[in-house]
Design a protein. Sequence first.
Length: 346
Amino acid sequence: MIRVAQVAPNIFPVPPSHHGGTERIVHDLSTALRSLGVEVTLFAPSDSATDLPRVGEYPSLTALERRHGRVSPGVPAALDSLQLEALRARLDAFDIVHCHGEFAHAPLLGERRRRSLTTVHWRVDELDRALFFAGFPDLPVAAISAAQEARIPVANRMGVVHHGIDRDRYALRTEPDTHVAFVGRLTDQKRPDTAIRVARAAGVPIRLGGTIDVGNPDYFDRRVRPLLGPDATYLGPVDDARKGDLLGGARALLFPIDWPEPFGLVMIEAMACGTPVVAWDRGSVPEIVEDGVTGFIVSSEAEAVAALGRVGRLDRARIRGRFEERFTAERMARDYVALYRRLLAA
């Protein structure tokens, strides 16, 4: 039996209540690994609600902000340090340490880096990652898409593992309502304003769910709020149940990204409902969306409007089937176990 430490970020509880795609993936992965016979210990905040064996005496950043209001900018680093101290004291208990955080774990692991795995859930094409990878060429890194892996140095690459989610979280809905959906952070990287324009041009109502980005709060007020109206409704943050209703009832998910998306979890959540995805051709999109099968890949608002006119031709049961074949948590866990075995064999 392989003994694995899964080290989650400290921003949200695991699993998250609303926003928090990384924390959702960590929980689904850990649960699926356990079903495969892997001994999993989850390092996660104390407000996490999970039946997995868990280590962590301190609350998430989100919980601290609810309790204290705005906290000092050093709090996330302090939480990471406290978590990694708990990990350091238990390192000998694990065969593999699988980290999903930022940077601080690499120096802590020292010679244990060769039996660790780091999954980066963010873009890797900026200066911080370049410095990080250059300083730790012996740190094995799993990419979440081939598009992301292309920006990771060859020395660090362990392979690509696409995300997967609990097979039963969302159900197929074969008869959608009239609306289209946008789900995600309401920020310039995700472009909800573009989604509203496309839906309006296509003559269909749109419902938007997600959190206003704390790193760019003015974007919503400047670019999104003025476009809202009877045909464009903002629902606020959505939990799993509300997300399932929103995506399952949608004729399509609009995914008008304006950045090198490393994966895009909402795309496979939509597919789990049988809902087609109309996504911009950036980052991971060509790996996730099968054009003409699970959705359409577009490069402009005009192409997206035309694609919305064709989504009714797609077979929603087949979309769900492709989700089950490609994007379940079980498949993700099997892929990670294969990487763990490679690390141990080396």
